[in-house]
Design a protein around this ligand. Structure first.
Ligand SMILES: [Fe+2]
Ligand SMILES: [Fe+2]
Length: 334
């Protein structure tokens, strides 16, 4: 099944899902501040330990996801007027095609997996995640339209043959990309090269990705705990293959075709090597990685500590940092 991008509707794809009703009109500053605070902080009842895979674990992750929802409406977001330099900086970032298409794929893959889930609470949470990915796509579309950023035609989105595989690819991919995006966003914020209003507009999207990977990390743990030995072995093999696939993709071996069948080399590594596009400071890779780690901790800090966090990227970067610092020091001495 092929889905044209304007035809996406989570509620049609996922049985029992009702999309949220968003407030009409422009919110005032107090309403925005309250939504911001609500979306960043969440604690479950009591302080008893939770067993991963238990009903309590499931209820906690689903409640966290529902209660931290930020009801912003893409159509009322403000797009500031940019001076020529800022406009050029924004429009020349090589990320807009891949960003739009990534959200397009994510919404469909999450909805496709959600509709296979028997448990209504988990199904609803994943459907809500798909709906939020669609909203990210709408935010990007509004921005692209406003600043007249040229995009290649979007390819049609293929309904995944193996929705679980597609969901795992999307979930782990978000864990990688969000980790680097948190650091890059901080660098862009501090650089002063972008108007604060533009940074503010994307801030809810960034925090939403944090909630998404928090949900994903807990879903993986919950799902694992439900599997018998044979299912568990098959699942771990699938997870291993997903990581191999993502590694290949990030080594830029994956090319994609646009709607006209032309091969598009996508910058899957922008989050690692694109920091220099968002700051005028000479930023080393080690410094960027430090920002990624501290921003990752900061964004997760407000959520109940009993919920699991994604750990692979922070762990890998913590291991790599001493090596990076060693080579950077050696380079400086030379
Ligand atoms: Fe997204
Ligand atoms: Fe996401």
């Amino acid at each position: 099944m092929t889905l044209q991008h304007e035809a996406f509707d989570t509620a049609t794809l996922v049985p029992g899902y009702h999309e949220p009703v968003l407030p009409e009109g422009e919110p005032d500053a107090a309403t925005i501040a309250a939504s911001e605070a609500r979306t960043r902080h969440w604690s479950g009842a009591g302080n008893q330990r939770i067993k991963y895979g238990s009903d309590l674990h499931k209820q906690m992750m689903c409640r966290m996801f529902a209660e931290t929802f930020n009801p912003y409406r893409p159509s009322v977001l403000k797009w500031p007027t940019l001076d020529d330099a800022a406009l050029h900086r924004i429009t020349s970032l090589p990320i807009w095609d891949i960003a739009v298409q990534t959200e397009g794929k994510a919404r469909l893959r999450m909805a496709a997996y959600a509709r296979t889930i028997a448990d209504p609470e988990i199904r609803n949470a994943l459907a809500q995640n798909a709906w939020e990915e669609n909203r990210h796509k709408q935010v990007l579309s509004k921005m692209v339209q406003h600043y007249q950023i040229p995009l290649v035609p979007e390819p049609p989105y293929e309904y995944p043959q193996d929705p679980e595989w597609a969901y795992l690819v999307t979930g782990y991919s978000e864990c990688i990309d969000s980790f680097f995006a948190f650091g890059l966003f901080k660098v862009a914020h501090d650089s002063g090269l972008f108007p604060p209003e533009l940074i503010d507009t994307f801030e809810p999207v960034m925090q939403e990705e944090c909630r998404h990977i928090l949900l994903f990390a807990n879903w993986v743990a919950w799902h694992r705990a439900k599997l018998n030995l044979f299912q568990r072995i098959a699942f771990e093999w699938k997870v291993f293959r997903v990581w191999c696939f993502l590694g290949m993709e990030r080594m830029d071996l994956a090319k994609s075709l646009d709607a006209d069948g032309n091969e598009q080399a996508q910058d899957n590594n922008f989050t690692v090597n694109g920091a220099q596009s968002v700051t005028e400071q000479d930023l080393s890779v080690a410094q960027l990685m430090q920002w990624c780690l501290s921003e990752n901790d900061r964004r997760f800090a407000g959520y109940d500590q009993r919920l699991l966090r994604p750990t692979t990227m922070p762990f890998m970067v913590k291991c790599a940092l001493p090596v990076l610092k060693f080579f950077e020091k050696r380079k400086q001495r030379k």
